[in-house]
Design a protein. Structure first.
Length: 59
C-alpha cells in the first residue's frame, strides 16, 4: 500500500465516523471532572486517616 492510498482510505474512514456533539463532549467532560474530584477527596481522607492511625500506633 502506498502512502497516497493510505491517506485516501484514512480520509474516507474519518468521514464515516460518528462524531459526538458539543453537548455530549461537555457532559462527558463534566462527568470525568466530578469523578476525579470525588476520587481525589476519597484518597485525601484515606491518607489523613491512615497517617493519623500510624502516628497513634508508633507513639
Amino acid at each position: 500500500m502506498n502512502l497516497i492510498q493510505y491517506f485516501r482510505e484514512s480520509r474516507a474512514e474519518l468521514s464515516r465516523v460518528s462524531w459526538p456533539t458539543r453537548q455530549q463532549v461537555l457532559e462527558g467532560t463534566q462527568a470525568v471532572l466530578i469523578f476525579v474530584v470525588a476520587l481525589t477527596l476519597i484518597v485525601y481522607v484515606l491518607d489523613l486517616v491512615f497517617s493519623n492511625l500510624i502516628k497513634v500506633v508508633l507513639s
